[in-house]
Design a protein around this ligand. Structure first.
Ligand code: NAD
Ligand code: TDX
Length: 339
């Protein structure tokens, strides 16, 4: 069994590679990654020398490179994590989001059609459903909830999802799609809420909370997401969408306060800043389908997962300080300098 994992040098993709190599020791995992600002080869150091692993630096939009890899590897399965993934960046510059997230998906699926594939899996997001009101805690996203996007990022992910379903219906490509809620855990790029707040806390820097901090996200430990994808690519029904989420809704401000508390830092570090444009209020996933069909349930409770995550950032300062010391400084100044 050979699996091409695109975007495997990023947060969830790298965790997925670690999971697959340990859970399926006979599989060959080939990581294709462009190594954008979000990709980090040092993350993959523990598996780089494994005879079951190969890393290839390439852009999923580069048809020649993708075709060459398919000719060399004859993959059975492709799992597409590669994407521009940060909502705030998509508000500043949507173009690269449309290119990578939509056109890159097309290139990968064209190669799957040309060379044949057992399964093409698209890693999507709950953000394609838009948001839910704060005063309707009874509402959840199901797989039937209409697509209704808010940001250029979520619109690009939704565009890709529609294309994936079109390739299934039109060409019979054996596809599956998963739509997961917010992940957290090791190797999360420090531009995202949880790792940014941990890193800033550890450096005694202000903690920039957008708006009033009342927005709600449904947090899932990254390993639980990886296990769900593992189940879907093996046992999920072709042509189907599976929602993944842990019924763990929390307000941003409560997460930030919890991180302060865990790290023994004062809440006075919290700074309320100008809200994100078009900011989604609440995400909440109904994961009944994946539970009923595939037996998936989240295993890590938030109280444990956040402790493990904070411990990881404490013990792996070099990983994130290297990021903070580079180009990220310009990004941070641009995003938060005058906010
Ligand atoms: P990430 O930004 O940490 O990693 C993205 C990876 O893709 C990086 O390694 C980057 O180098 C690579 N990449 C980007 N453009 C590429 C291109 N053109 N060709 C090849 N590689 C490219 O993202 P993440 O948080 O790990 O998210 C992975 C996937 O999961 C994305 O598709 C995202 O939309 C989805 N998702 C993320 C979350 C979350 O909470 N992080 C939740 C649901 C779904
Ligand atoms: O500095 C910040 N301050 C703040 O208040 C940042 C970076 C974020 N926030 C808020 C915005 C959101 O309400 O925290 C919440 C979470 O923000 P992000 O970490 O940027 O995640 P989100 O916008 O919810 O999107 C994430 O989940 C779905 C991932 O980045 C996406 O890739 C995934 O599809």
């Amino acid at each position: 069994m050979t699996i091409i994992v695109t975007g495997g040098a990023g947060f969830i993709g790298s965790n997925f590679i670690f999971h697959m190599l340990s859970k399926h020791p006979t599989y060959r995992i080939v990581c294709l990654d462009k190594l954008t600002y979000a990709g980090n080869l040092s993350t993959l150091a523990p598996v780089m020398d494994s005879p079951h692993f190969r890393f290839v630096k390439a852009d999923i939009c580069d048809r020649e490179a993708v075709d060459r890899l398919f000719e060399e590897e004859h993959p059975d399965i492709v799992v597409n994590f590669a994407a521009e993934s940060h909502v705030d960046r998509s508000i500043e510059d949507p173009g690269i989001f449309l290119r990578t997230n939509i056109l890159g998906t097309q290139v990968l699926m064209d190669a799957c059609r040309q060379y044949g594939i057992g399964r093409y899996h698209q890693v999507s997001t709950d953000e394609v459903y838009g948001d839910l009101p704060l005063d309707r805690p009874d509402l959840f996203f199901t797989e039937e909830t209409p697509i209704h996007t808010s940001s250029p990022y979520s619109a690009s992910k939704a565009g890709a999802d529609l294309l994936v379903l079109a390739y299934h219906r039109t060409y019979g490509l054996p596809v599956t799609i998963s739509r997961c809620s917010n992940n957290y855990g090791p190797y999360h790029f420090p531009e995202k809420l949880i790792p940014l707040m941990i890193a800033n806390c550890l450096n005694n820097k202000p903690l920039p909370v957008y708006g009033k901090g009342e927005n709600v996200r449904d947090w899932l430990y990254v390993e639980d997401h990886c296990k769900a994808i593992d189940l879907i690519i093996h046992n999920g029904r072709v042509g189907e969408v599976y929602n993944i989420g842990g019924h763990n809704e929390m307000r941003n401000i409560d997460i930030v306060k919890l991180i302060c508390h865990e790290l023994g830092k004062p809440e006075s570090l919290i700074t309320y800043v100008t809200d994100r444009k078009g900011h989604d209020m609440r995400y909440a996933i109904d994961p009944t389908k994946i539970h009923r069909e595939l037996g998936w349930l989240p295993e890590t409770k938030f109280a444990d997962g956040i402790q493990k995550t904070i411990a990881w950032y404490r013990n792996n300062r070099e990983w994130w300080e290297t990021i903070l010391s580079g180009e990220y400084q310009n990004y941070y100044e641009k995003m938060y300098g005058n906010r």
